[in-house]
Every structure is written in C-alpha cells, then in structure tokens.
Write a protein that binds this ligand. Structure first.
Ligand SMILES: C[S@@+](CC[C@H](N)C(=O)[O-])C[C@H]1O[C@@H](n2cnc3c(N)ncnc32)[C@H](O)[C@@H]1O
Length: 290
C-alpha cells in the first residue's frame, strides 16, 4: 500500500505518469470488440486531407503510431504537457515538431493552420485544468469557449476535421473516479450531469454550427468490461493511472480515506464468481469545418 503511494509521490502534476509506468498500467479499451485505436483508424480512413496535422496529448504515442500507419506521408506535429511523454513519442516516431505545452494555451496563440487535428483521451485534461483556474464555472467556460472557437475558426482549414475521444463521466469506471476528483475542484462535482469539459466543448460546437462554421457528429460508446487480476491491481490503476497520483501528496489520514473509498467502490464490482470487472465508456466527436 505504501509502495503504490510512493511510486507517484515525487511527480509534479504536469509530469503526468512516467511513460513506462503508463504502458504497464494501461488496459485495453474496446467498444463492441473494437479497440479505441481501431476505431480511430476507421475514422482516419475517411478523412480526405491529413497533410498538416496535430495531435493533442500524444502520451506514449498510441494515437501517433495509428495515425502514421494510416497516413505515413503527413506532416504531423505532436503536443503534450508532459516532457517525458513528449520526448518518448518524438524519439520513437521520429517527429520533427514536438510541442511542450498545454493544449488550450497552444491553441490560444497558434498561428499554424491544420487540416486534421486529433486528441485521444487527453483533451478533457487541458479543459478541466484550465477551468480549475477560475473561481466560477461561468468565467471558466467563457475562457475555454473563446479559445476553442478561435482555434476552429482560424487554425482549422476549410474542409478540415478535428477528432476527439472524450471520456464518459457516467461510465462505471468514471463514476468511481469523479467522486474522488470532486475533492480536488468544484469543476468535477457534476452529480447527474456529464463532465464540464464535454459540456463546454459541445456549447462551443453548437455556437459554431449555428453560425454555419462547422458540422459535428457525437456518438456515445459503451465500453467492453475491463477485468482486473485482483483488487490490488485495480487500486493501483485507479489511484496512480486514472487519478494520476494527485492524492498521494495528501496527509496520511486523507490518503487512507481515499484509498478505502476507492477500494469499497471497486469491491462493489466483484461478481459472484469472484471476478472484478468494470465498464468504461466514451464519446467520439468528429468536427468538420465548412
Ligand atoms: C490518458 S493520457 C492519453 C495519452 C494518449 N493520447 C493515449 O491515448 O494513450 C493523457 C495525456 O494527456 C497529457 N496531458 C495532460 N494534461 C495536458 C494538457 N493540459 N495539455 C496537453 N496534454 C496534457 C498527459 O501528459 C498524457 O500524456
């Protein structure tokens, strides 16, 4: 138990997880038998132009590799807030332009024009982190909304596409996690509502759609159940992977409370056969610029 807490204890929030540890803890995310990467590749095969592209939150490069497999001749920029993640993917996939930045901060000052943008399981991180800086929801949403609209209007080419895989905060998996995130900021305290990041993206897209600038399609996908070897494996994944070890810095008492709550919530998913399995979910959003 002490060991799990210490693994991530010295890392700053922007460092995220060490790439090798991320790979070790990552489970396969599939939806009716298709992995997230297969779904992404299917989308890519229908995108007409990808010559100038950018990936937000590349991590260890799962999406980067999928993109380069399908579109090997494209000029791809990658971006991540974590120096370790960025250099891992830059070296592995021989990327020329690797941008160390927060996605929204980059979008706000970006002058390049892309014809394809994508972000797998990462865009919500940037949106939530930026929303957290504001004392109230209205001001935070206004800030994020302005940047999203600016980027899509000025930096996404006509007939270009932007594809996002966004987490479903009401899935079994994320219901356990949102309860804990809500201790960090009001931003995550959503009760019956979907995540504030998703709500903010959709409000910006609705405005752009009503002004004839974009069309978009959003699809909700229920994930195939993820099995865990045992409760200890699941606790490590929930505390150190999903919650990024953010609570590992708390006092012993606070940390123990979170550990026990997560353990209790996970235990509710142990079946009569003694198996622990929990379902994820996601939204895929495909934005096309008119
Ligand atoms: C769940 S991982 C997803 C990584 C990869 N896209 C994948 O599907 O495996 C989230 C990634 O977002 C990055 N990240 C976190 N906050 C970010 C921010 N504000 N701006 C850009 N990237 C961020 C993390 O460093 C991490 O690499």
């Amino acid at each position: 138990m002490k060991n799990i807490r210490e693994i991530m204890n010295k890392r700053k929030h922007e460092d995220y997880l060490p790439p090798d540890y991320y790979i070790k803890l990552l489970k396969t995310y599939s939806f009716s038998g298709k992995t997230d990467i297969e779904l992404f590749k299917e989308v890519l095969r229908h995108i007409p132009y990808t010559d100038k592209s950018i990936e937000f939150g590349c991590g260890t490069g799962r999406g980067t590799k999928a993109f380069l497999d399908v579109c090997p001749n494209s000029d791809l920029d990658i971006l991540d807030l974590s120096r370790d993640m960025l250099s891992y993917s830059k070296i592995r996939y021989d990327i020329k332009d690797a941008i160390l930045n927060d996605s929204l901060s980059f979008m706000a000052q970006c002058s390049s024009v892309y014809n394809f943008c994508f972000s797998l399981w990462s865009f919500s991180h940037s949106i939530h982190q930026n929303l957290e800086k504001f004392e109230n929801e209205t001001e935070g949403k206004k800030y994020v909304n302005r940047i999203l609209k600016k980027f899509i209007c000025e930096n996404l080419e006509k007939n270009g596409y932007f594809f996002i895989i966004h987490f479903d905060s009401h899935s079994e998996e994320q219901t356990i996690l949102m309860r804990q995130w809500a201790k960090k900021s009001y931003v995550y305290d959503r009760k019956e509502k979907q995540s504030l990041s998703l709500e903010t993206i959709l409000e910006a897209l609705e405005e752009l759609k009503n002004n004839g600038i974009v069309n978009y399609r959003i699809e909700h996908l229920c994930g195939d159940s993820i099995s865990y070897e045992n409760i200890d494996e699941a606790i490590e994944i929930f505390l150190n992977f999903h919650l990024e070890g953010v609570f590992n810095h708390c006092s012993d008492d606070e940390w123990l409370k979170i550990y026990n709550e997560v353990k209790t919530d996970l235990t509710k998913h142990i079946t009569a056969m003694g198996k622990l399995s929990i379902s994820p979910g996601c939204y895929t959003i495909l934005i096309s610029k008119n």
